[in-house]
Design a protein around this ligand. Structure first.
Ligand SMILES: NC(=O)c1ccc[n+]([C@@H]2O[C@H](COP(=O)([O-])OP(=O)(O)OC[C@H]3O[C@@H](n4cnc5c(N)ncnc54)[C@H](OP(=O)(O)O)[C@@H]3O)[C@@H](O)[C@H]2O)c1
Length: 345
């Protein structure tokens, strides 16, 4: 039976490059592209079929920012497949990014200059918004929608005698200082991206605690700095092209400037070649590109407190309970209204 691999946010950037690399490595997998925009999803599938004409690729509509869409997508996936071997939790957003000029100038003349460029520390802020489900958009897109997807796909992911793998695309911008348990959706701050990525690091650790005995393993990666739609949202593409020589130079010192989606997908791809049971649950696996352009994966210990991870997990379960109840009562109300209309017709 073919291995089934599902990638969220597969239609562009790192997700699309990952799909390309997975198919080049193993043409026998079934690849499911989970995307919110079906036109872009179809275009991605066509592009993949050009280089891999025999590839087995399907599409599923998934807007991770919408609770209803997540549940519908999970139902669809369970209807279609009997197994799910790998789930890449890759879709992500950084809405309305603003660069702090003051932070930039301070960082430029400090010892942290390279780390500032590599992690965006002190540089970036975002403007978040509340979704129609009443949740913070960045939190639900980058983390909570994916959490619900995993929870709903448990019957496929946790099968007796079978090992499955979750892989989160986190970031070096995931900083503990941006996250607080008291405001885990980050409704009060301006670093929702950083907070949501730190939340994915925490969640991965607690998922391992809760699911390893059931054959499900979770890992976290950082793709490095990659030129994609996300980075073009921070600064226009011509600006990035302009400073490319500087970035090539910085790459000699940090190797975290992976720059292309292919290089950025290195750690995601590398994990697919490893035994999930043998991976370090507390490590973040970084895509690295050397000054000479060689790719490799480097594990680094994450700054995680197990108790905090556990407390966060409990909070996510409570929130899941609340959103399921809310959705159920909305559906009940709709049903009652429909039967009322039926009666008066
Ligand atoms: N680029 C970097 O330097 C960098 C660094 C660290 C981490 N990352 C992470 O890498 C991941 C991939 O980003 P990227 O850089 O490849 O940027 P990208 O090209 O913008 O890809 C993001 C993908 O996520 C999808 N997406 C966004 N919101 C979604 C939603 N509500 N439902 C379903 N899909 C949604 C996008 O779909 P649409 O095309 O429909 O928008 C797109 O396919 C993200 O998690 C990002 O945070 C990127």
């Amino acid at each position: 039976m073919k291995k089934v691999v599902l990638v969220t946010g597969a239609n562009s950037g790192i997700g699309l490059a990952l799909c390309e690399r997975l198919l080049s490595h193993d043409s026998q997998i079934h690849l499911c592209l989970a995307c919110r925009n079906m036109q872009r999803a179809k275009a991605a599938k066509s592009a993949l079929l050009v280089s891999h004409p025999d590839a087995d690729i399907s599409l599923v509509r998934l807007d991770v920012c919408s609770i209803k869409s997540v549940f519908e997508a999970a139902e669809e996936v369970k209807r279609r497949y009997e197994r799910l071997d790998r789930l890449y939790l890759n879709a992500g957003i950084m809405p309305n990014p603003q660069i702090s000029l003051k932070g930039f100038m301070n960082g430029l003349f400090s010892r942290n200059v390279i780390s500032m460029f590599a992690t965006g520390e002190g540089l970036l802020t975002q403007q978040d918004r509340v979704t129609s489900d009443g949740l913070q958009e960045v939190f639900v897109t980058n983390l909570f929608g994916h959490f619900l997807l995993i929870r709903d796909l448990q019957p496929l992911l946790c099968q007796p005698g079978h090992v499955s793998q979750l892989v989160w695309t986190s970031s070096s911008n995931a900083r503990r200082s941006a996250f607080s348990l008291g405001d885990f959706q980050h409704s009060q701050g301006v670093e929702s991206y950083s907070s949501s990525k730190y939340a994915s690091d925490l969640l991965s650790v607690s998922l391992n605690r809760h699911y390893n005995t059931r054959g499900l393993y979770s890992s976290v990666i950082c793709p490095g700095l990659v030129m994609t739609n996300l980075t073009y949202g921070i600064l226009p593409s011509f600006f990035w092209t302009l400073i490319m020589p500087i970035m090539w130079l910085i790459r000699l010192f940090t190797n975290t400037f992976t720059l292309t989606p292919y290089n950025g997908a290195e750690a995601l791809f590398w994990l697919s070649t490893q035994k999930p049971e043998a991976l370090d649950p507390r490590a973040k696996y970084h895509s690295m590109t050397s000054g000479l352009g060689n790719n490799y994966t480097l594990p680094r210990k994450m700054d995680i407190d197990e108790e905090m991870a556990e407390a966060f997990y409990e909070k996510l379960l409570q929130l899941e309970n609340r959103v399921r109840k809310k959705l159920k009562s909305e559906e009940d109300e709709l049903d009652a209204y429909r039967s009322y209309l039926h009666q008066i017709e």
